[in-house]
Ligand binder design. Structure first.
Ligand code: ADP
Length: 418
Protein backbone atom coordinates (compact mmCIF):
# COMPACT_ATOMS: atom_id res chain seq x y z
CA UNK A 1 0.00 0.00 0.00
CA UNK A 2 2.84 2.30 0.98
CA UNK A 3 3.83 1.76 -2.45
CA UNK A 4 2.03 3.55 -5.17
CA UNK A 5 1.71 7.03 -3.71
CA UNK A 6 5.32 7.18 -2.68
CA UNK A 7 6.55 5.66 -5.87
CA UNK A 8 4.63 8.18 -7.90
CA UNK A 9 5.92 10.98 -5.71
CA UNK A 10 9.48 9.73 -6.17
CA UNK A 11 9.03 9.49 -9.88
CA UNK A 12 7.65 13.02 -9.96
CA UNK A 13 10.56 14.22 -7.89
CA UNK A 14 13.00 12.55 -10.21
CA UNK A 15 11.28 14.05 -13.20
CA UNK A 16 11.35 17.49 -11.64
CA UNK A 17 15.02 17.16 -10.77
CA UNK A 18 15.70 16.15 -14.32
CA UNK A 19 13.98 19.27 -15.60
CA UNK A 20 15.80 21.41 -13.11
CA UNK A 21 19.15 19.90 -13.95
CA UNK A 22 19.21 20.68 -17.60
CA UNK A 23 18.22 24.28 -17.77
CA UNK A 24 19.14 26.20 -20.84
CA UNK A 25 18.39 29.57 -22.36
CA UNK A 26 17.19 32.19 -19.99
CA UNK A 27 15.66 35.55 -20.94
CA UNK A 28 14.39 38.47 -18.87
CA UNK A 29 11.93 41.30 -19.27
CA UNK A 30 12.64 43.84 -16.57
CA UNK A 31 9.68 46.22 -16.52
CA UNK A 32 8.63 49.15 -14.38
CA UNK A 33 6.54 46.94 -12.09
CA UNK A 34 7.50 43.33 -12.75
CA UNK A 35 10.42 41.21 -13.87
CA UNK A 36 9.41 38.38 -16.14
CA UNK A 37 11.68 35.36 -16.49
CA UNK A 38 11.43 32.74 -19.23
CA UNK A 39 13.73 29.74 -19.40
CA UNK A 40 13.82 26.39 -21.12
CA UNK A 41 14.74 23.19 -19.32
CA UNK A 42 15.24 20.05 -21.31
CA UNK A 43 14.48 16.62 -19.92
CA UNK A 44 16.08 14.47 -22.55
CA UNK A 45 16.82 14.26 -26.22
CA UNK A 46 14.08 12.65 -28.19
CA UNK A 47 14.58 10.18 -30.92
CA UNK A 48 13.58 10.52 -34.49
CA UNK A 49 10.57 8.34 -33.56
CA UNK A 50 9.13 11.25 -31.66
CA UNK A 51 9.42 13.42 -34.66
CA UNK A 52 7.26 11.02 -36.59
CA UNK A 53 4.51 11.23 -34.02
CA UNK A 54 3.42 14.65 -35.10
CA UNK A 55 5.23 16.71 -32.51
CA UNK A 56 6.67 19.03 -35.06
CA UNK A 57 4.17 21.13 -36.84
CA UNK A 58 3.76 23.53 -39.68
CA UNK A 59 5.36 21.64 -42.49
CA UNK A 60 8.83 21.42 -41.03
CA UNK A 61 10.80 18.65 -42.65
CA UNK A 62 11.62 16.76 -39.50
CA UNK A 63 12.47 13.63 -41.36
CA UNK A 64 15.27 15.14 -43.38
CA UNK A 65 17.72 13.62 -40.94
CA UNK A 66 19.84 16.73 -40.70
CA UNK A 67 22.54 15.82 -38.19
CA UNK A 68 23.29 19.43 -37.38
CA UNK A 69 20.18 19.59 -35.28
CA UNK A 70 18.63 17.67 -32.45
CA UNK A 71 15.25 17.85 -30.84
CA UNK A 72 14.96 18.57 -27.15
CA UNK A 73 11.93 17.74 -25.06
CA UNK A 74 11.38 20.00 -22.13
CA UNK A 75 9.58 22.83 -20.54
CA UNK A 76 9.37 26.51 -21.15
CA UNK A 77 9.03 28.09 -17.71
CA UNK A 78 7.41 31.41 -16.90
CA UNK A 79 8.04 33.28 -13.67
CA UNK A 80 7.57 36.80 -12.42
CA UNK A 81 8.92 38.95 -9.59
CA UNK A 82 8.18 42.46 -8.46
CA UNK A 83 10.82 44.84 -9.81
CA UNK A 84 10.95 46.56 -6.42
CA UNK A 85 12.10 43.21 -5.00
CA UNK A 86 14.75 42.59 -7.63
CA UNK A 87 16.97 40.94 -5.03
CA UNK A 88 14.46 38.05 -4.84
CA UNK A 89 14.79 37.54 -8.57
CA UNK A 90 18.56 37.59 -8.37
CA UNK A 91 18.48 35.14 -5.47
CA UNK A 92 16.20 32.83 -7.40
CA UNK A 93 18.36 32.91 -10.52
CA UNK A 94 21.39 32.29 -8.41
CA UNK A 95 19.79 29.38 -6.55
CA UNK A 96 18.80 27.73 -9.80
CA UNK A 97 22.13 28.53 -11.35
CA UNK A 98 20.18 29.95 -14.25
CA UNK A 99 22.82 32.55 -14.85
CA UNK A 100 25.01 29.80 -16.24
CA UNK A 101 22.65 29.13 -19.08
CA UNK A 102 22.64 32.27 -21.14
CA UNK A 103 24.46 32.32 -24.43
CA UNK A 104 28.21 31.93 -24.24
CA UNK A 105 30.10 34.34 -26.36
CA UNK A 106 33.32 32.58 -27.20
CA UNK A 107 35.00 35.68 -28.52
CA UNK A 108 34.25 37.93 -25.57
CA UNK A 109 36.76 38.44 -22.77
CA UNK A 110 36.27 35.99 -19.90
CA UNK A 111 34.52 38.59 -17.76
CA UNK A 112 31.84 39.14 -20.38
CA UNK A 113 31.20 35.57 -21.44
CA UNK A 114 27.74 34.94 -20.02
CA UNK A 115 25.22 36.77 -22.06
CA UNK A 116 21.56 36.78 -21.18
CA UNK A 117 18.96 38.34 -23.45
CA UNK A 118 16.98 40.99 -21.65
CA UNK A 119 14.37 43.54 -22.58
CA UNK A 120 12.43 46.31 -20.81
CA UNK A 121 13.84 49.48 -19.29
CA UNK A 122 15.38 47.51 -16.43
CA UNK A 123 17.75 45.81 -18.85
CA UNK A 124 19.48 49.20 -18.98
CA UNK A 125 18.80 50.32 -15.43
CA UNK A 126 19.93 47.13 -13.71
CA UNK A 127 22.66 45.99 -16.11
CA UNK A 128 25.40 46.71 -13.57
CA UNK A 129 23.55 44.95 -10.77
CA UNK A 130 23.19 41.72 -12.79
CA UNK A 131 26.85 41.90 -13.75
CA UNK A 132 27.90 42.42 -10.17
CA UNK A 133 25.62 39.85 -8.50
CA UNK A 134 25.43 37.12 -11.13
CA UNK A 135 28.32 37.85 -13.43
CA UNK A 136 26.09 38.07 -16.47
CA UNK A 137 25.99 40.63 -19.22
CA UNK A 138 22.48 41.64 -20.21
CA UNK A 139 22.22 41.71 -23.98
CA UNK A 140 19.48 44.30 -24.58
CA UNK A 141 16.72 43.44 -26.97
CA UNK A 142 14.36 46.17 -28.14
CA UNK A 143 11.18 46.20 -26.06
CA UNK A 144 8.62 46.69 -28.86
CA UNK A 145 10.35 44.14 -31.06
CA UNK A 146 10.27 41.65 -28.18
CA UNK A 147 6.59 42.23 -27.48
CA UNK A 148 5.72 41.64 -31.12
CA UNK A 149 7.97 38.60 -31.47
CA UNK A 150 6.46 37.11 -28.30
CA UNK A 151 2.89 37.74 -29.44
CA UNK A 152 3.48 36.36 -32.94
CA UNK A 153 5.13 33.30 -31.51
CA UNK A 154 2.30 32.57 -29.09
CA UNK A 155 -0.38 33.18 -31.70
CA UNK A 156 1.29 30.90 -34.20
CA UNK A 157 2.66 28.16 -32.03
CA UNK A 158 0.52 27.73 -28.95
CA UNK A 159 -2.90 26.24 -29.11
CA UNK A 160 -5.47 27.80 -26.84
CA UNK A 161 -3.56 31.02 -26.54
CA UNK A 162 -6.08 33.61 -27.70
CA UNK A 163 -9.58 33.90 -26.35
CA UNK A 164 -12.53 36.24 -26.12
CA UNK A 165 -14.16 37.03 -22.81
CA UNK A 166 -17.67 38.36 -22.60
CA UNK A 167 -20.33 38.04 -19.89
CA UNK A 168 -18.21 35.57 -18.00
CA UNK A 169 -17.78 33.34 -21.04
CA UNK A 170 -14.30 32.47 -22.21
CA UNK A 171 -14.05 31.24 -25.79
CA UNK A 172 -10.80 30.14 -27.36
CA UNK A 173 -10.18 31.45 -30.84
CA UNK A 174 -8.32 29.40 -33.39
CA UNK A 175 -5.89 31.65 -35.22
CA UNK A 176 -5.28 30.98 -38.89
CA UNK A 177 -1.55 31.62 -39.38
CA UNK A 178 -2.11 32.82 -42.92
CA UNK A 179 -4.65 35.34 -41.75
CA UNK A 180 -3.00 36.73 -38.64
CA UNK A 181 -1.85 40.14 -39.91
CA UNK A 182 -2.53 42.96 -39.55
CA UNK A 183 -3.62 43.23 -35.95
CA UNK A 184 -3.39 45.64 -33.05
CA UNK A 185 -1.38 44.60 -30.03
CA UNK A 186 -2.23 46.45 -26.85
CA UNK A 187 0.24 45.77 -24.09
CA UNK A 188 -1.04 46.93 -20.72
CA UNK A 189 1.91 47.04 -18.38
CA UNK A 190 2.73 49.94 -16.08
CA UNK A 191 2.01 52.11 -19.12
CA UNK A 192 0.23 51.08 -22.29
CA UNK A 193 1.67 50.56 -25.78
CA UNK A 194 -0.43 50.08 -28.88
CA UNK A 195 1.39 48.45 -31.74
CA UNK A 196 0.17 47.79 -35.25
CA UNK A 197 1.60 44.46 -36.30
CA UNK A 198 1.86 43.79 -40.03
CA UNK A 199 4.16 40.80 -40.19
CA UNK A 200 6.78 38.71 -38.45
CA UNK A 201 9.08 41.63 -37.99
CA UNK A 202 6.93 44.44 -39.25
CA UNK A 203 5.35 46.69 -36.74
CA UNK A 204 4.82 50.29 -35.66
CA UNK A 205 3.99 51.70 -32.24
CA UNK A 206 1.03 53.82 -33.20
CA UNK A 207 -0.20 54.95 -29.83
CA UNK A 208 -0.22 54.41 -26.12
CA UNK A 209 -1.43 55.91 -22.88
CA UNK A 210 0.16 56.62 -19.56
CA UNK A 211 -3.06 55.61 -17.82
CA UNK A 212 -2.35 51.92 -17.39
CA UNK A 213 -1.54 49.23 -14.86
CA UNK A 214 0.78 51.51 -12.92
CA UNK A 215 -2.03 54.04 -12.58
CA UNK A 216 -4.37 51.40 -11.23
CA UNK A 217 -1.74 50.19 -8.78
CA UNK A 218 -0.58 53.66 -7.74
CA UNK A 219 -3.91 55.44 -7.43
CA UNK A 220 -5.45 52.33 -5.91
CA UNK A 221 -2.78 52.21 -3.23
CA UNK A 222 -3.26 55.86 -2.36
CA UNK A 223 -7.04 55.69 -2.30
CA UNK A 224 -7.56 52.36 -0.54
CA UNK A 225 -4.35 51.86 1.45
CA UNK A 226 -4.00 48.46 -0.22
CA UNK A 227 -0.58 46.94 0.11
CA UNK A 228 -0.44 44.93 -3.09
CA UNK A 229 -1.86 44.64 -6.56
CA UNK A 230 -3.52 41.33 -5.72
CA UNK A 231 -5.22 42.83 -2.70
CA UNK A 232 -6.51 45.68 -4.82
CA UNK A 233 -7.76 43.31 -7.47
CA UNK A 234 -9.46 41.18 -4.84
CA UNK A 235 -11.15 44.25 -3.34
CA UNK A 236 -12.43 45.27 -6.75
CA UNK A 237 -14.10 41.88 -7.06
CA UNK A 238 -16.35 42.69 -4.13
CA UNK A 239 -17.09 46.32 -5.00
CA UNK A 240 -19.89 48.15 -6.75
CA UNK A 241 -18.82 50.98 -9.06
CA UNK A 242 -22.29 52.52 -9.11
CA UNK A 243 -21.71 53.85 -5.63
CA UNK A 244 -19.11 56.33 -6.91
CA UNK A 245 -19.52 56.53 -10.68
CA UNK A 246 -22.12 58.93 -12.04
CA UNK A 247 -24.37 56.96 -14.37
CA UNK A 248 -26.51 58.22 -17.22
CA UNK A 249 -29.53 57.24 -15.10
CA UNK A 250 -28.30 59.44 -12.23
CA UNK A 251 -28.48 62.43 -14.55
CA UNK A 252 -31.63 61.43 -16.44
CA UNK A 253 -33.76 60.50 -13.44
CA UNK A 254 -33.31 56.77 -13.93
CA UNK A 255 -34.00 56.84 -17.66
CA UNK A 256 -31.92 55.79 -20.66
CA UNK A 257 -30.70 58.42 -23.09
CA UNK A 258 -31.80 56.16 -25.89
CA UNK A 259 -31.56 58.72 -28.66
CA UNK A 260 -27.77 58.50 -28.57
CA UNK A 261 -27.67 54.87 -27.50
CA UNK A 262 -26.80 55.31 -23.84
CA UNK A 263 -28.51 53.09 -21.31
CA UNK A 264 -29.28 54.37 -17.83
CA UNK A 265 -26.52 52.13 -16.46
CA UNK A 266 -23.77 53.51 -18.71
CA UNK A 267 -21.11 55.49 -16.86
CA UNK A 268 -21.44 59.18 -17.63
CA UNK A 269 -18.58 60.20 -15.35
CA UNK A 270 -16.14 57.92 -13.52
CA UNK A 271 -15.99 58.91 -9.84
CA UNK A 272 -18.51 61.65 -10.70
CA UNK A 273 -20.82 61.04 -7.75
CA UNK A 274 -18.12 62.04 -5.33
CA UNK A 275 -18.42 65.67 -6.46
CA UNK A 276 -21.90 66.26 -5.18
CA UNK A 277 -22.04 63.88 -2.26
CA UNK A 278 -21.03 65.30 1.05
CA UNK A 279 -18.59 62.51 1.76
CA UNK A 280 -14.91 62.11 2.54
CA UNK A 281 -12.68 59.40 1.13
CA UNK A 282 -13.13 57.36 4.31
CA UNK A 283 -16.90 57.31 3.78
CA UNK A 284 -16.49 55.19 0.66
CA UNK A 285 -15.77 51.50 0.83
CA UNK A 286 -12.34 50.52 -0.47
CA UNK A 287 -14.06 47.79 -2.50
CA UNK A 288 -16.18 50.32 -4.40
CA UNK A 289 -13.23 52.63 -5.02
CA UNK A 290 -11.14 49.75 -6.38
CA UNK A 291 -14.00 48.68 -8.62
CA UNK A 292 -14.56 52.17 -10.06
CA UNK A 293 -10.87 52.63 -10.64
CA UNK A 294 -10.51 49.31 -12.42
CA UNK A 295 -13.56 50.07 -14.51
CA UNK A 296 -12.34 53.55 -15.43
CA UNK A 297 -8.91 52.42 -16.53
CA UNK A 298 -10.05 49.29 -18.39
CA UNK A 299 -12.80 51.17 -20.16
CA UNK A 300 -10.46 53.93 -21.20
CA UNK A 301 -7.87 51.53 -22.59
CA UNK A 302 -10.56 49.59 -24.46
CA UNK A 303 -11.83 52.80 -26.03
CA UNK A 304 -8.41 54.15 -27.04
CA UNK A 305 -7.52 50.74 -28.45
CA UNK A 306 -10.63 50.65 -30.55
CA UNK A 307 -10.05 54.19 -31.88
CA UNK A 308 -6.57 53.17 -32.96
CA UNK A 309 -7.86 50.00 -34.58
CA UNK A 310 -10.35 52.17 -36.44
CA UNK A 311 -7.57 54.52 -37.59
CA UNK A 312 -5.88 51.66 -39.39
CA UNK A 313 -8.86 49.46 -40.22
CA UNK A 314 -7.79 46.67 -37.86
CA UNK A 315 -10.46 44.20 -36.89
CA UNK A 316 -8.59 42.20 -34.29
CA UNK A 317 -7.19 43.65 -31.10
CA UNK A 318 -5.05 41.46 -28.84
CA UNK A 319 -4.59 42.62 -25.26
CA UNK A 320 -1.56 41.54 -23.25
CA UNK A 321 0.40 42.75 -20.24
CA UNK A 322 0.15 41.87 -16.59
CA UNK A 323 -2.48 44.46 -15.77
CA UNK A 324 -5.05 42.02 -17.10
CA UNK A 325 -4.05 39.11 -14.90
CA UNK A 326 -6.86 37.00 -16.35
CA UNK A 327 -9.20 39.06 -14.18
CA UNK A 328 -12.81 38.58 -15.25
CA UNK A 329 -14.00 42.10 -14.59
CA UNK A 330 -11.03 43.70 -16.35
CA UNK A 331 -11.49 41.55 -19.44
CA UNK A 332 -15.22 42.01 -19.43
CA UNK A 333 -14.88 45.79 -19.22
CA UNK A 334 -12.34 45.93 -22.06
CA UNK A 335 -14.51 43.64 -24.20
CA UNK A 336 -17.61 45.72 -23.58
CA UNK A 337 -15.75 48.93 -24.42
CA UNK A 338 -14.43 47.51 -27.71
CA UNK A 339 -17.81 46.04 -28.57
CA UNK A 340 -19.67 49.23 -27.67
CA UNK A 341 -17.48 51.67 -29.57
CA UNK A 342 -17.12 49.44 -32.61
CA UNK A 343 -20.83 48.63 -32.64
CA UNK A 344 -19.92 44.97 -32.58
CA UNK A 345 -17.46 45.24 -35.50
CA UNK A 346 -14.23 44.69 -33.56
CA UNK A 347 -13.36 42.11 -30.94
CA UNK A 348 -11.11 42.18 -27.93
CA UNK A 349 -8.92 39.10 -27.72
CA UNK A 350 -6.84 38.14 -24.71
CA UNK A 351 -3.70 36.07 -24.44
CA UNK A 352 -3.17 33.25 -22.00
CA UNK A 353 0.49 34.22 -21.49
CA UNK A 354 -0.47 37.88 -21.35
CA UNK A 355 2.43 39.28 -19.32
CA UNK A 356 5.23 37.27 -20.91
CA UNK A 357 5.24 38.63 -24.44
CA UNK A 358 8.41 40.68 -24.00
CA UNK A 359 10.32 37.99 -22.14
CA UNK A 360 9.37 35.42 -24.76
CA UNK A 361 10.41 37.75 -27.53
CA UNK A 362 13.80 38.22 -25.88
CA UNK A 363 14.04 34.45 -25.43
CA UNK A 364 13.37 33.91 -29.11
CA UNK A 365 16.15 36.27 -30.08
CA UNK A 366 18.62 33.51 -29.14
CA UNK A 367 17.36 31.79 -32.24
CA UNK A 368 20.19 32.90 -34.47
CA UNK A 369 22.76 31.47 -32.12
CA UNK A 370 21.20 28.33 -30.81
CA UNK A 371 17.58 27.61 -31.55
CA UNK A 372 16.69 27.16 -35.10
CA UNK A 373 13.34 28.23 -36.42
CA UNK A 374 12.06 27.80 -32.92
CA UNK A 375 8.74 29.41 -33.71
CA UNK A 376 7.76 26.65 -36.02
CA UNK A 377 9.33 23.85 -34.11
CA UNK A 378 7.43 24.56 -30.97
CA UNK A 379 4.72 22.15 -30.02
CA UNK A 380 2.57 22.69 -27.04
CA UNK A 381 1.61 19.52 -25.28
CA UNK A 382 0.39 20.84 -22.05
CA UNK A 383 0.43 24.10 -20.20
CA UNK A 384 -0.04 24.67 -16.56
CA UNK A 385 -0.72 27.62 -14.34
CA UNK A 386 1.07 26.04 -11.44
CA UNK A 387 4.82 26.25 -11.50
CA UNK A 388 5.97 22.84 -10.40
CA UNK A 389 9.35 24.02 -9.28
CA UNK A 390 8.05 26.67 -6.94
CA UNK A 391 8.96 24.74 -3.83
CA UNK A 392 11.40 26.39 -1.51
CA UNK A 393 14.00 23.73 -2.11
CA UNK A 394 17.35 24.18 -3.75
CA UNK A 395 18.64 26.49 -1.07
CA UNK A 396 16.24 29.23 -2.03
CA UNK A 397 14.42 29.88 1.19
CA UNK A 398 12.36 32.99 0.76
CA UNK A 399 10.49 32.14 -2.41
CA UNK A 400 7.02 30.84 -1.74
CA UNK A 401 4.47 29.53 -4.18
CA UNK A 402 2.69 32.84 -3.82
CA UNK A 403 5.69 34.66 -5.19
CA UNK A 404 5.54 32.69 -8.37
CA UNK A 405 1.78 32.67 -8.66
CA UNK A 406 0.53 33.19 -12.21
CA UNK A 407 3.56 31.47 -13.50
CA UNK A 408 3.59 28.16 -15.23
CA UNK A 409 5.22 26.12 -17.91
CA UNK A 410 4.53 24.70 -21.31
CA UNK A 411 5.81 21.30 -22.24
CA UNK A 412 7.35 21.47 -25.63
CA UNK A 413 9.93 20.21 -28.03
CA UNK A 414 12.43 22.38 -29.74
CA UNK A 415 14.93 21.73 -32.43
CA UNK A 416 18.34 23.12 -31.62
CA UNK A 417 21.57 23.39 -33.47
CA UNK A 418 24.24 20.94 -32.35
P1 ADP B 1 5.89 46.27 -16.86
O1 ADP B 1 6.79 45.62 -17.85
O2 ADP B 1 5.68 47.72 -17.08
O3 ADP B 1 6.24 45.93 -15.45
P2 ADP B 1 3.75 44.28 -16.89
O4 ADP B 1 3.17 43.72 -18.15
O5 ADP B 1 4.63 43.40 -16.10
O6 ADP B 1 4.46 45.66 -17.22
O7 ADP B 1 2.54 44.76 -16.00
C1 ADP B 1 2.71 45.54 -14.84
C2 ADP B 1 1.36 45.82 -14.27
O8 ADP B 1 0.75 44.58 -13.91
C3 ADP B 1 1.37 46.62 -12.99
O9 ADP B 1 1.38 48.00 -13.25
C4 ADP B 1 0.10 46.18 -12.32
O10 ADP B 1 -1.00 46.89 -12.82
C5 ADP B 1 -0.07 44.73 -12.79
N1 ADP B 1 0.34 43.69 -11.82
C6 ADP B 1 -0.08 42.42 -11.91
N2 ADP B 1 0.43 41.69 -10.92
C7 ADP B 1 1.20 42.50 -10.16
C8 ADP B 1 2.00 42.33 -9.00
N3 ADP B 1 2.08 41.16 -8.37
N4 ADP B 1 2.69 43.39 -8.55
C9 ADP B 1 2.62 44.56 -9.17
N5 ADP B 1 1.87 44.79 -10.26
C10 ADP B 1 1.17 43.78 -10.77
Amino acid sequence: MEGNGIQVAKLEEKKLKQYEDEVSHLALDIGGSLIKVVYFSSSSCCSSDDEQHGFLKDGIDASSGNLNYRVLTGRLHFLKFETSKISECIKFLSSKRLQHYGHQDGEAPASEKRIVKATGGGAFKFADLFKEKLGIVLDKVDEMRSLVAGANFLLKAVQHEAFTYMDGQKEYVQIDHRDLYPYLLVNIGSGVSMIKVDGDNEFQRISGTSVGGGTFGGLGKLLTKCKSFDELLELSRQGNNRVIDMLVGDIYGGMDYSKIGLSSTAIASSFGKAISENKELEDYRAEDIARSLLRMISNNIGQIAYLNALRFGLKRIFFGGFFIRGHAYTMDTISVAVNFWSKGEAKALFLHHEGFLGALGAFLSYEKNAFTDFTHQFMEQHSSKSESSCSTGNGFESLTCDDVKDSGFIECRVQVRN
